[in-house]
Design a binder for this molecule. Structure first.
Ligand code: C2E
Ligand code: MG
Ligand code: MG
Ligand code: MG
Length: 286
């Protein structure tokens, strides 16, 4: 249908639609320039052991400073997904993170991958290349996927998770407790790690129902031999609750914000960050 024809049928809808499209095309053009002009950066947020507070891992978080102003990742990643730019950006993040983290002996590295990346048939090939080129040990790498990916065809999902694991790379289910992901998903897909979303951590502090859900989800995940991380821990009370509920790792501003690779390296060199192995204290399979 022609644009004019559409406008005649429903003017308001099309104006609104055009405005959104224009905005997203503007972001897309700027994002293309950002990729070409090295405006993207990967920061790293440490995850600490719930018992010792020592750093055990880092999560790679993408940053884009447009003319010096930070753009919210959730917003520009959505545009990158819609436009397919996420494939180029995603493999850049993975390569950069594996290169940076190579020197951080003993620390695990988590990298977020979007559903659009996983659905790309070339993803396994890219992952293989990056591991080979960087020499990053696959067993130190973990990919964080979101539940929105899991609601797709379970056969395809299982196949791509198997593919990731065939490299020796782990899979974490990110943002658990925000939407549709159920306990059934944990059984079906057998993740190496479950990450409890910040919203559930916050709500659990003063809502009994949320607390029950958090505590029981963590218990189930642990019984299935998964590691559990509490995300977005900002207060000592939240940390205590997460620890009591059985979280292995804590991540949040109470401990560390995301910092540059140089900052991680600097702290490691100063030995301000003490590295521990990937042990699972008192965590036995039932
Ligand atoms: P996420 O994977 O759940 O990452 C955790 C988010 O929580 C990060 O937001 C982090 O900065 C924030 N956070 C950590 N601790 C705290 C805290 O104590 N309080 C609060 N309020 N927030 C905390 P960020 O960096 O804005 O990233 C947002 C989302 O964008 C990520 O959520 C992830 O889904 C996505 N993302 C980030 N980097 C990448 C990437 O390289 N690739 C893909 N596909 N997605 C990415
Ligand atoms: Mg994540
Ligand atoms: Mg998360
Ligand atoms: Mg989250």
């Amino acid at each position: 249908a022609s644009k004019t024809g559409g406008k005649m049928r429903c003017t308001w809808f099309n104006d609104e639609f055009d405005r959104k499209l224009e905005q997203s095309q503007k972001v897309e053009r700027a994002l293309r320039r950002a990729v070409a002009g090295n405006e993207l950066q990967v920061l790293y947020q440490p995850l600490v052991d719930a018992t010792t507070s020592e750093i055990v891992a880092v999560e790679a978080l993408l940053r884009w400073a447009q003319d010096g102003v930070a753009v919210d990742p959730s917003a520009f990643i959505a545009v990158a997904e819609e436009t397919g730019l996420i494939n180029a950006i995603g493999s850049w993040v993975l390569r950069q993170a594996c290169t940076d983290a190579l020197a951080w002996d003993g620390l695990k590295l988590s990298v977020n991958v979007s559903p659009a990346q996983l659905r790309n048939a070339d993803f396994p090939i890219q992952l293989g290349h990056i591991l080979e080129e960087t020499g990053f040990p696959p067993d130190r790498l973990e990919l964080e996927i979101t539940e929105t990916y899991l609601v797709g065809d379970p056969v395809i999902v299982c196949r791509s998770l198997e593919m990731i694991r065939s490299f020796g790379v782990g899979v974490a289910l990110d943002d658990f407790g925000t939407g549709y992901a159920s306990i059934g998903f944990l059984r079906k897909f057998r993740f190496e790690k479950l990450k409890i979303d910040r919203s559930l951590i916050v709500e659990a502090a003063d809502d009994e129902g949320s607390r029950a859900m958090m505590v029981s989800s963590i218990a189930v995940a642990r019984a299935m031999n998964m590691f559990v991380t509490a995300e977005g821990v900002e207060t000592a009370a939240q940390a205590a609750l997460a620890r009591t509920a059985g979280c292995d790792h804590l991540q949040g501003w109470l401990y560390y914000k995301a910092v540059t690779a140089d900052e991680i390296t600097r702290q490691l060199a100063k030995n301000a960050i003490r590295i521990t192995g990937d042990h699972r204290h008192g965590h036995v399979a039932h």
